[in-house]
Design a protein. Structure first.
Length: 152
């Protein structure tokens, strides 16, 4: 299944970095690159976070969203993650695409212009209708909360 996502470069963007792309044939996420207006770097101190620009705007078809997720290699090797994972981009948003990147590691981490910083997943959206009721149907779990189904 394929869905067309249309992109537009921001004026200051480095177009040579290319549009988001799937790294392998079976990849679910397309890589997003840091597209820094000064073509420099961003240094994230431990616990620090920054909004990293991609140089792009996009049009997502109605009925879909784009989810922004961390790259597993950056998370494992350096503690680099996205604090609002997954970030959701709605189909009616047309602003600049930036990625909130956080250093959960113990060492400073440098993001260079052109680095792959996150991945985007295109997903269908199901909209719900919300109603109020005086009671809810019973289940075996009932009101059991966090950890109520046991460990492991």
């Amino acid at each position: 299944m394929s869905v067309a996502i249309t992109f537009q470069w921001l004026e200051e963007a480095d177009r040579s970095l290319g549009l988001p792309a799937y790294a392998t044939e079976g990849a679910a996420g397309a890589d997003l690159r840091a597209n820094l207006p000064d073509r420099g770097t961003v240094v994230l101190t431990p616990g620090g976070r920054a909004l990293v620009p991609t140089g792009l705007r996009m049009a997502i078809p109605e009925g879909y969203e784009v989810q922004i997720r961390p790259r597993s290699g950056l998370a494992l090797k350096h503690g680099i993650t996205l604090p609002n994972t997954p970030g959701t981009i709605d189909s009616d948003y047309r602003g600049a695409l930036g990625v909130i990147v956080m250093n959960a590691g113990t060492e400073p981490f440098t993001i260079a212009h052109g680095d792959r910083i996150a991945q985007m997943i295109v997903a269908p959206v199901v909209r719900a209708t919300f109603t109020q009721a005086d009671s809810l149907p019973d289940t075996v779990r009932g009101e059991g909360g966090f950890g109520s189904t046991g460990r492991g």
